[in-house]
Design a protein around this ligand. Structure first.
Ligand SMILES: [Zn+2]
Ligand SMILES: [Zn+2]
Length: 329
């Protein structure tokens, strides 16, 4: 759990023994096989995102098996493999929910923020918000699909990439490496800009047309771009790299301040700057269908459950290739 939010060097995670959670009405009890480590977990541990309740267990990319159903839960039977993701619940009746934008629901709750998440042996989750997962894939490779994959896919939709278009990707961690492969499989030309030499190498191996430094201009103008790095200084850099009419989507939940923009250099010629807020369940289902079809290579760095602290500090220091994943023994 996050005991005292603060820099990873101060070890904000604390290992404790909690009573087994009880599934409430409509909920499932899930035994965790693996939980991927998301940058949002780092923001929660370090306090960039204020805690919504004290001493919460992080983790929202959970692959597990249903152990029990709570009262009135309509869900997969015990033994089924499910994924528990970031979006934990929405109200279902507000104007956003009713128009299919449940990602904007003001009453939405999140796994590992409003309720205990998957850095644990067991967790509960509303049955209506879990995703069925294939039986035959390693849990370690499925886990990163559940946030890195789904949110990256939402960002790709928000970037309005035209068919066969040129996509720029800024930052190349877990989410970006999955999004790049889906975009390439669907016909895009992908240019990757990242500060990490190892990530540039991975980008080339996965089929990127080019891979340069984080603020380098791509070799051609971009129809669309996604900013995965939580670095506001890169917003004007990415906007300048857009072709006329291009769109930049900011994928992260947290971004450092954006410097002053110059209208002519950064926005004129109908360039668009957009944010990405969580995802809908429809995004999740659509992404998992595309992942099953295109089978992106999921690069992971495994950690034992007990090494969650080290996984977070490695993520903070850019020492993780692909996605860090905690494996339950
Ligand atoms: Zn709602
Ligand atoms: Zn996440």
């Amino acid at each position: 759990m996050v005991a005292r939010p603060g820099p990873v060097a101060t070890r904000p995670l604390e290992r404790t023994r909690l009573p087994d959670p009880e599934p409430g009405p409509g909920e499932l009890l899930v035994r965790v096989e693996a939980c991927a480590v998301c940058r949002t977990d780092l923001h929660l541990a370090e306090g960039d995102l204020p805690p919504r309740r004290p001493r919460t267990v992080p983790g929202h990319e959970v692959v597990g098996r249903v152990e029990a159903l709570g009262p009135d839960a309509q869900g997969p039977p015990p033994g089924s493999r499910v994924g528990v993701a970031w979006l934990r619940s929405t109200c279902g009746v507000c104007r956003y929910c009713l128009r299919g934008a449940e990602n904007l629901c003001p009453m939405s709750t999140y796994t590992g923020w409003d309720a205990d998440g998957g850095y644990a042996r067991r967790l509960t989750a509303p049955a209506a918000y879990v995703y069925p997962l294939p039986e035959d894939e390693p849990a370690e490779e499925l886990a990163p699909l559940l946030c890195a994959g789904i949110i990256g896919y939402r960002a790709l939709l928000r970037a309005d990439l035209p068919p066969g278009g040129r996509l720029g990707i800024y930052g190349f961690g877990a989410s970006a490496h999955l999004t790049a492969q889906i975009a390439i499989a669907e016909g895009a030309t992908v240019h990757v800009m990242t500060r990490s030499a190892a990530a540039r190498e991975l980008a080339r191996r996965l089929g990127a047309a080019s891979a340069g430094g984080s603020a380098d201009p791509p070799p051609e103008p971009l129809d669309a771009a996604i900013l995965f790095a939580p670095v506001g200084d890169l917003v004007p850099v990415a906007l300048e790299a857009l072709d006329r009419g291009g769109t930049l989507a900011v994928a992260g939940i947290h971004l450092t301040d954006i410097p002053v923009l110059n209208y002519r250099r950064h926005l004129f010629q109908e360039r668009t700057l957009r944010s990405v807020t969580a995802n809908t369940r429809a995004d999740g289902r659509e992404f998992l269908r595309l992942a099953a079809e295109h089978r992106p290579r999921v690069t992971t760095t495994p950690y034992a459950f007990e090494e969650a602290d080290r996984a977070l500090s490695d993520l903070a220091a850019d020492r993780v290739e692909g996605a860090a994943v905690l494996l339950m023994s």
